[in-house]
Design a protein around this ligand. Structure first.
Ligand SMILES: *Cc1c(COP(=O)(O)O)cnc(C)c1O
Length: 389
């Protein structure tokens, strides 16, 4: 069969989103990859085993997805996991007892919990630093440091880490550079092109985009890391099922259209909030006074679709959450519907109040993940809710 994806690496990102190589079933020409709902595969010739022999080790539907994310991130190999945390925890298994890792202090809450309550029991030590300050990262280096873990923009105050700068420093010291790229997606930011060794995703968010799948992805920037991740994925059995793999690919095809639409709306929302006198702070990397804007523009082609803002007090935030009519009031982000989250009581509830306060996660902070609704309607809804609260 002719190779339909010939020369795909030179195509523009939007084209790769649709023509990634596995978009057509090679056996039948069907317009989408079949859901290979099978756990095992018949050996027609016992001396010549089939390409796939067991779905934990390899499933054709999951493989199409893994090839897809590798193409989008510009990596050598992709891996699909049962959740974002599953991708992250499997990647941490690259470390051994006695190793040390440097992690961004405002890392995703689940990653923080994994490092401080589970990996710590395996004698894997973590130092949390403000990654926007390279001197703090450098000062955290120890003889047993093995990796640096970044998340940019961070959650929920959208601080920006210079991926190229930190990755270059990591490589000088023989460390792995790992980036959680959930907020930007490869549509706006491709960490491997900036020097990272591993990119991770909660594909539950923008990549799937419809609040209906839980999934995680990892991409290796080189063959050696790819070989190790493959071994861990199979050995730990943290794989994504065939149904979810298919559903995720279905969502990813519209990633470009969704991100572009939501970002235009997010910029308008950030500007509108920024002009109001009754909002204490607005966090969005596209705002002119955002301290990370320059780095964001250097390493990404956009600012994303998440805007955080502080309405001044816990009471006002709670009233606003009961007055809004359009957004889903929920944890999670990155969907067709707008999602309004309350970090202090949702994603960051387990963090001590003083630590939250230090990081700007006050009782008045809200996080708005902008969906595909009309932005005029979203702003009108927020306006009425702010007036009533
Ligand atoms: C949601 C999220 C995760 C965890 O992903 P799950 O799919 O919920 O397991 C990790 N990192 C970031 C930045 C997230 O937003």
């Amino acid at each position: 069969m002719p190779n339909k994806d010939h020369g795909r690496s030179e195509k523009k990102f939007e084209t790769k989103l649709i023509h990634f190589g596995g978009e057509v079933d090679r056996a039948t020409g069907a317009s989408s990859v079949p859901i290979y709902q099978a756990s095992t595969f018949h050996h027609y010739d016992i001396f010549n085993p089939p390409k796939h022999d067991y779905s934990r080790s390899g499933n054709p539907t999951r493989e199409a997805l893994e090839e897809y994310i590798a193409v989008l991130e510009g990596g050598t190999q992709g891996f699909a996991f049962s959740s974002g945390m599953s991708a992250i925890s499997t990647t941490f298994m690259l470390l051994s007892a006695g190793d040390h890792i440097i992690v961004t202090e405002d890392v995703y809450g689940g990653t923080y919990r994994l490092l401080t309550t589970i990996m710590s029991r395996m004698n894997i030590e973590t130092t949390f630093v403000d990654m926007t300050k390279p001197e703090q990262v450098k000062a955290a280096l120890k003889p047993n440091t093995r990796a640096v873990y970044m998340e940019t923009p961070s959650n929920p105050t959208l601080k920006i880490t210079d991926i190229a700068d930190i990755s270059a420093w990591a490589h000088e010291h023989g460390l792995l550079s790992i980036v959680d790229n959930t907020f930007m997606t490869p549509y706006y930011q491709r960490p491997i092109e900036l020097g990272a060794d591993i990119v991770l995703h909660s594909a539950t968010k923008f990549l799937s985009g419809h609040s209906d799948v839980l999934a995680g992805l990892a991409v290796a920037g080189n063959d050696e890391v790819g070989r190790q991740l493959k071994y861990l994925q199979n050995g730990l059995g943290t794989v994504l099922g065939a149904q979810e793999s298919w559903l995720l690919m279905r969502g990813m095809k519209t990633l470009g259209a969704r991100m572009a639409h939501s970002e235009i709306s997010a910029r308008k929302l950030a500007d509108w909030l920024d002009e109001r006198s009754d909002i204490d702070a607005v966090y969005y990397p596209g705002l002119p006074d955002h301290p990370g804007r320059e780095v964001q523009e250097k390493q990404s082609t956009g600012y994303g679709a998440v805007v955080s803002f502080d309405v001044g007090s816990e009471d006002r935030a709670k009233r606003l959450l009961s007055e809004v009519k359009l957004p889903l009031v929920a944890v999670s982000l990155g969907a067709v519907e707008s999602i309004l989250s309350y970090p202090a009581m949702m994603s960051h509830a387990s963090m001590p109040k003083e630590v939250r306060a230090e990081r700007g996660i006050t009782g008045g902070l809200l996080r708005f993940s902008v969906g595909l609704e009309d932005i005029g309607d979203l702003i009108a809804d927020l306006d009425q809710a702010l007036k009533r609260s």
